[in-house]
Each structure stands twice: as C-alpha cells, then as structure tokens.
Ligand binder design. Structure first.
Ligand code: HEM
Length: 139
C-alpha cells in the first residue's frame, strides 16, 4: 500500500497522540512538579509560585513530543538550553530531574514501552542542559 492509499503512513503517530494528547500532558506536569519542589537538589532553583513554570512546561512537552507547537507560538524559539544557563545544572540535578519525571510517567502513562522511549529522549535533553560540574556547584 502506498501513502496515497494509506495517508496515515506519511506521518508517524507522535508520542503526544499515542499517550492521549492534551489531558495526558497536563496530568504529567501535575504529577511532576510536586516532586520537583520537594526534591532537595531541585527545589532551591524554582520560584515559590510554580504555576507559570508548569504552564510553560505543559506547552513545551506538548511540542517536544510531537503535538501542536504551543510553546513556540507563545514564547518564541525554545532555545531551551540557553534558557537554563542561569541555573547551575549539575549531572546530579539532571539525574534528579529525570527521576521525578520517571515517577510522574509511571503514574500517568500506562504503556511501559512508550514511557521508556520518551524517557530516553528526555535523558538526552536533560544531560545536554548540564552546565556546571558537581564541584563547582554551591548546594
Ligand atoms: C536537567 C535538569 C533540569 C533542571 C535542574 C531544570 C530547571 C529549571 C528551572 C530552575 C527553570 C526555571 C524556573 C523559573 O522560571 O524560575 C526551568 C524552566 C523550564 N524548564 Fe527546566 N530544568 C531541567 C531540565 C529540563 C528539561 C529536560 C526540559 C524539557 C524537556 C525542561 C524544560 C523547561 C521549560 C519548558 C521551562 C520553562 C522555560 C520558560 O521559562 O519559558 N527542563 N527548568
């Protein structure tokens, strides 16, 4: 069957769609940030009012996982590593971020294969954001 007979073959189904779209992105962010603000390595980096961060993260993860480009439409080009430069991100903090996200995914996304693939992508991104060595960080 070619792509004219089967239009869906032209475009792989995104993670965003496979995990349930907007309500799942919302649930993921809502499961993630309570863990972040309780984590001793992460909490000090975040503002007291976490809601604006949650909103931006929901928009960002939506497009990161192949959904509508919500973040770019509102905030412009993501340049996400650059947006993190003002925070000292050590390898341990990246690991902590990923561990909070793993727990949120375990809670929200049923399909373990999808969870694993999505976490693999996020792990590359998180370690790419590392900008500070452990010994340079003031805890
Ligand atoms: C590696 C560990 C990470 C740490 C320690 C970290 C920490 C932070 C902090 C402190 C903020 C800003 C809070 C504020 O506005 O004051 C932030 C914002 C944000 N982070 Fe991260 N982050 C990490 C990884 C990631 C990853 C992997 C992603 C996406 C896949 C991500 C997406 C975002 C987004 C979308 C924002 C909001 C950006 C904006 O203000 O427009 N972060 N992060």
């Amino acid at each position: 069957m070619n792509s004219e007979q089967n239009p869906s073959a032209e475009r792989p189904v995104s993670y965003y769609e496979q995990v349930g779209g907007a309500p799942t992105m919302r649930a993921l962010v809502e499961a993630f940030y309570p863990r972040v603000i309780e984590h001793p390595l992460l909490a000090p980096l975040f503002p007291e009012d976490i809601h604006p961060v949650m909103e931006k993260q929901e928009m960002f993860l939506t497009q990161y996982f192949g959904g509508p480009q919500l973040y770019t439409m509102r905030e412009g080009h993501p340049r996400m590593r650059a947006r993190h430069i003002r925070f000292p991100i050590t390898p341990d903090r990246a690991t902590a971020w990923l561990s909070c996200m793993q727990q949120a995914m375990d809670e929200v996304i049923e399909d373990s294969m999808l969870r694993e693939q999505m976490m693999e992508r996020l792990a590359m991104t998180a370690y790419f954001f590392v900008n500070t060595e452990e010994h340079e960080a003031e805890q």
